[in-house]
Design a protein around this ligand. Sequence first.
Ligand code: HEC
Length: 102
Amino acid sequence: MKRSLLLCLLMSAGLSNVALADANLARSKNCMACHAVGNKVLGPSFKDIAAKYKGQKGVEDKLAQKITKGGSGTWGAVPMPANTQVSDAEAKQLVQWIMTLN
Ligand code: HEC
């Protein structure tokens, strides 16, 4: 009993560390200049993005590509510029984080 409780605590600590690490990645890659988790800034909120694409197949690749290459027309007229400072792997990591925010 004690042991599984400890395991549980360790696991949730580990999970929240991952979430924090990805929030920091988003900050360090300048995403938060145009996005926020819970409200629209220049770009849509990350929660709205998670809600829009929830359960869709292949969404990770599609959104990761949009992050690195930029694009427009999905949320309005304002384009997202290419984020060339973000690698493909980082873009995927960011999308995975965003999809947990819903
Ligand atoms: C200069 C402002 C700006 C920056 C910096 C920016 N974004 Fe965006 N982002 C936008 C705008 C504007 C849109 C809406 C584009 C559209 O309507 O297609 C958007 C859309 C998105 C979408 C949804 C794409 C879709 O097709 O639905 C994701 C995911 C996203 N951004 C993630 C990020 C991440 C991660 C970063 C950091 C690496 C980032 N953005 C940096 C402005 C920005």
